[in-house]
Design a protein around this ligand. Structure first.
Ligand code: HEC
Ligand code: HEC
Ligand code: HEC
Ligand code: HEC
Ligand code: HEC
Ligand code: HEC
Length: 235
């Protein structure tokens, strides 16, 4: 009996099959080019006013399977910037079912009143409060990345998502008693909602952790420039 010969033949056959399938796999691996007619522009659409927000076509067409006419032209014109010029491209309109809110209502897609970070991103640079003096800076990354706080914890009620919320609040009184009351209210209403010595350090005990002063802010901004000098700008 010659079993040896049979197994040699099948080994050769196996080797041949493996070689061909490897070659086949190789050719089918070539990337298919992105088809903008089929899926819309590949680059994200970014708004910068009044705040920063991003929309991705591929997420909606390729991933969620929507056709162009689910949005164009009934909900959005096929022209970047058109909605922004209409004057009502706001969260309030979304809540009323317009624009992004015609789907992002918690039924068709996640509710736009939640998950702010899916569409918005926090500024990288610290925000410097300038009234009445340049003295306080607020760093998103400490709170969001290190502290793990969701945007909603601050931006639902306490801070509108724009610079100047605190500065636009009622300004100081000259009378000493009123002023003290005013200051307490100011701190309690904003940073003090967390900086109350239970959720985060209390504002009454550690003024200078926030009030770093003009020098502190200059140093902070100098430090930032130095970092950027090393090559990577964050924008
Ligand atoms: C889920 C909604 C949605 C769908 C689906 C959608 N788009 Fe858009 N599209 C938008 C929005 C939002 C804009 C920006 C409009 C604005 O800024 O007013 C836009 C803008 C555009 C623009 C203009 C880009 C520019 O730079 O001016 C083109 C072109 C476009 N879409 C093509 C398509 C095509 C093609 C499809 C289907 C394959 C498609 N879109 C599907 C929402 C959508
Ligand atoms: C025609 C319906 C429709 C409109 C209009 C629409 N979306 Fe969506 N969107 C969807 C669906 C469906 C999904 C996928 C399901 C989900 O994530 O809830 C989605 C998902 C998303 C996601 C999640 C992406 C991810 O996977 O992390 C973002 C962000 C988003 N949309 C932003 C927007 C913005 C910004 C607008 C307005 C400029 C908008 N969408 C308008 C239907 C829509
Ligand atoms: C589905 C995407 C989406 C989600 C989720 C979303 N936004 Fe928006 N938001 C937008 C778009 C688009 C605009 C209009 C363009 C711009 O201002 O950049 C906008 C505008 C805004 C504005 C300025 C205009 C206005 O309405 O006053 C604020 C403030 C804002 N969003 C806050 C929030 C907060 C807070 C959350 C979470 C509770 C949130 N957004 C969740 C897409 C979204
Ligand atoms: C711990 C509180 C806190 C959290 C959490 C937080 N923010 Fe803010 N945010 C602020 C404060 C304070 C301001 C400045 C308000 C002012 O100037 O009056 C601000 C301002 C902003 C601005 C306006 C910046 C400008 O230059 O106009 C944007 C945009 C913003 N936040 C986005 C976000 C996003 C997106 C998230 C979640 C990823 C987030 N924030 C999480 C407190 C917070
Ligand atoms: C939603 C809650 C919340 C709000 C609102 C909030 N913070 Fe904080 N903050 C925290 C937490 C949590 C920490 C980390 C714990 C700690 O240091 O006690 C923190 C830490 C800090 C730190 C210390 C950072 C470090 O490097 O150690 C500073 C400074 C600060 N916050 C400033 C502010 C200012 C200024 C405001 C108002 C514009 C503010 N925070 C509003 C929750 C908040
Ligand atoms: C958690 C951060 C934080 C802490 C801690 C803190 N402050 Fe403030 N304070 C602010 C912010 C934000 C403002 C408003 C922006 C500005 O005036 O620069 C402010 C404003 C002020 C103002 C000016 C208000 C006006 O309009 O005249 C005074 C005065 C002040 N704080 C005193 C204090 C004193 C005193 C302490 C300590 C007992 C303290 N702050 C602790 C964040 C803080």
């Amino acid at each position: 009996m010659n079993t040896n010969k049979a197994s040699t033949v099948s080994l050769l056959a196996l080797a041949a099959i493996m070689t061909t399938s490897l070659l086949l796999a190789d050719t089918s691996m070539a990337e298919e080019a992105y088809d903008a007619d089929k899926y819309g522009p590949q680059e994200p659409i970014v708004w910068t006013t009044p705040t920063q927000a991003t929309f991705n076509h591929p997420v909606h067409t390729m991933d969620a399977g929507l056709e162009c006419d689910s949005c164009h032209d009934g909900i959005f014109a096929m022209e970047q910037g058109a909605a922004g010029q209409a004057g009502d491209f706001t969260m309030k309109s979304f809540k009323e079912g317009k624009y992004c809110g015609s789907c992002h209502d918690g039924n068709t897609a996640f509710d736009a009143a939640t998950q702010c970070a899916s569409c918005h991103s926090a500024p990288e640079a610290p925000i410097v409060f300038t009234y009445p003096v340049k003295a306080v800076s607020f760093d998103h990354s400490t709170h969001v990345k290190k502290g793990g706080l969701a945007c909603e914890t601050c931006h639902k009620e306490v801070f509108a998502m724009k610079k100047g919320t605190i500065e636009e609040a009622e300004q100081s009184k000259t009378d000493a008693v009123d002023k003290r009351e005013y200051l307490e209210k100011l701190h309690n209403k904003y940073c003090g909602t967390c900086h109350d010595a239970s959720q985060a350090f209390g504002y009454l005990t550690r003024c200078t952790v926030c009030h770093i002063g003009v020098k502190g802010i200059d140093a902070l901004q100098g430090g930032d420039q130095k970092k950027e000098g090393h090559g990577e700008s964050k924008h």
